[in-house]
Design a protein around this ligand. Structure first.
Ligand SMILES: NC(=O)c1ccc[n+]([C@@H]2O[C@H](COP(=O)([O-])OP(=O)(O)OC[C@H]3O[C@@H](n4cnc5c(N)ncnc54)[C@H](O)[C@@H]3O)[C@@H](O)[C@H]2O)c1
Length: 487
């Protein structure tokens, strides 16, 4: 696949769309003159779909004194017009629009300090490497990339360029997950010998992965990379450790044409919008009913032919919905992890089994398909220490306001605010943590195909130990696997 193209995006369609977009063409001519004169950090964004709105809102809101979004780049000219309208509505200067084919031109003309990358996953590496080689820093969404080869390109480019990458693992910043890290660091449960971790996706959010570009493994890496990168990163960071071996099985058994027929449907069909079985299908999704999705996707289909509401029963889907993984860590801990994408509720359970006791932590993100309504934080989030001897102790979960339990605001400050307080939990992740997390998913994908275990060290070279907080058994917080250092 040509990495300069998005999912189902063909260049001639984009150019056809551009010819129709006079406002955009005029704005393109004005780009060269748009270099900002002030001292704030100058950011450009590539891939301005759903996720990019978080960064737009940060730079047009709480962080406007720290940075400016000077340009936006996308394969879809309609979404470039959309971000321009959003900026105006927010009272900000519209970012200069560039089509994806003009990414390098944008960097040459504007010389930004940093590039924010929020394209579909398989395209991250190409923009990361081009940005680093142009002398820019990078803020990239998770997963950092989708294959070992792409991870290697990024690791090499960081060393070559001397520039910095931030991989935005927002899950680390949720107060209740930061609290788990603090509890583990306190040593109360001793050294962690094994972990049991189950993550459940329901048939609202979970099903959505099977409607969008995520359903194509070449673009998303499958859920082992796209979704589990969050979870593997959490475990790596919670343990302050790196994975060394992976064994896994995976299958797709629910989102299949056969299951559609078990539900009494005639399908699969192409997409929900034109589906002849809208009334009968429990998974019907009305994109037009959501003004945000309509403005971003439905109204811009004419430029690219990408459907955000593809049928979840399509035979060409090639990602798994049921995955089980065993990971061995350098420090000796074993992780047993499962991910299921068609569950009755959404959230997770994790238990850390330590030499002095057990830490149990669970979060209900959506209680059922109707959501978690009626549940307050204390019902949704549970953390408990069960000592080896003595009574269990419930921990009052740490919470905050806003997205991801207040974690998004803390992360955005950590990224954009030069005066943000020093973080004792070292939650800011770079290419080392970005690679460590996706390599577990890459290895699991390889196990699905071969049935054989994979050694992480065989996937890339030159993966350095991330900057991790010191754990009870460590003599040094960085550079050496902890078990090797234990007395
Ligand atoms: N941290 C989180 O919790 C979180 C949440 C959602 C998404 N994400 C990540 O953000 C990224 C974007 O996801 P999204 O949900 O916004 O997707 P999206 O489909 O809503 O948006 C992707 C955008 O990229 C554009 N695009 C596609 N191919 C391109 C290319 N080759 N060059 C330039 N632009 C291209 C599309 O036109 C679209 O505007 C993904 O990597 C995803 O994993 C992270």
């Amino acid at each position: 696949m040509d990495r300069s193209e998005g999912p189902a995006v063909r260049r001639r369609d984009v150019l056809g769309g551009l010819a129709a977009g006079t406002a955009l063409a005029t704005a393109l001519d004005a780009n060269a003159a748009s270099v900002a004169a002030d001292k704030r950090k100058r950011y450009v964004a590539v891939g301005v779909g759903s996720r990019n709105r978080l960064y737009q809102e940060a730079l047009w809101g709480p962080h406007k004194a720290h940075g400016e979004l000077i340009a936006a780049c996308d394969t879809n000219p309609g979404r470039l017009n959309h971000i321009s309208a959003r900026a105006t509505k927010a009272g900000a200067k519209p970012p200069a629009p560039y089509l994806a084919a003009d990414f390098d031109k944008m960097l040459r003309e504007l010389k930004p300090d940093a590039v924010i990358i929020t394209t579909p996953d398989a395209f991250h590496d190409d923009y990361v490497v081009r940005a680093l080689d142009a002398g820019c820093d990078v803020i990239t969404e998770k997963p950092m990339t989708t294959t070992a080869e792409k991870a290697q390109r990024i690791l090499d480019a960081v060393k070559r360029s001397g520039r910095h990458i931030r991989v935005t693992f927002n899950y680390r910043y949720s107060p209740f997950r930061s609290q788990v890290k603090e509890l583990l660091m306190s040593g109360e449960i001793g050294d962690i010998l094994s972990i049991d971790f189950q993550w459940l996706l329901n048939t609202v959010h979970g099903a959505d992965y099977f409607r969008r570009w995520h359903s194509n493994k070449a673009i998303s890496g499958g859920l082992m990379v796209h979704k589990a990168t969050h979870h593997f990163d959490l475990v790596n960071w919670w343990l302050s450790d790196l994975p060394v071996s992976v064994n896994a099985t995976g299958k797709r058994e629910f989102y299949t044409p056969e299951m559609a027929r078990r539900f009494g449907l005639q399908g699969p069909h192409q997409r929900c919008r034109t589906c002849p079985e809208k009334a009968e299908c429990n998974f019907y999704f009305d994109m037009a009913a959501d003004p945000g999705l309509k403005a971003l996707f439905l109204d811009n289909e004419k430029y690219e032919g990408y459907f955000r509401d593809q049928c979840v029963w399509r035979p060409e889907i090639n990602i798994e919905d049921t995955m089980n993984v065993i990971v061995g860590y350098a420090g000796g801990t074993t992780l047993s992890y499962s991910l299921n994408a068609f569950n009755a509720w959404e959230g997770y359970h994790i238990a850390f089994n330590g030499t002095k006791g057990r830490l149990e932590h669970s979060v209900v993100e959506q209680a059922g398909v109707a959501g978690a309504s009626g549940q307050d934080e204390s019902d949704r989030i549970k953390t408990r220490i069960v000592p080896m001897r003595g009574n269990p102790r419930d921990i009052v979960p740490a919470t905050g306001a806003g997205g991801h339990g207040g974690g998004d605001a803390v992360m955005l400050a950590d990224i954009f605010d030069p005066n943000a307080p020093k973080d004792p939990l070292l939650r800011a992740a770079d290419e080392r943590s970005g690679a460590a997390s996706i390599l577990i998913g890459v290895a699991a994908n390889r196990c699905f195909e071969t049935g054989k275990p994979v050694k992480i060290g065989e996937l890339v070279s030159g993966l350095d130990w991330p900057d991790y907080p010191k754990m009870p058994g460590h003599k040094d917080p960085v550079a050496q696997p902890p078990r090797m250092q234990r007395a």
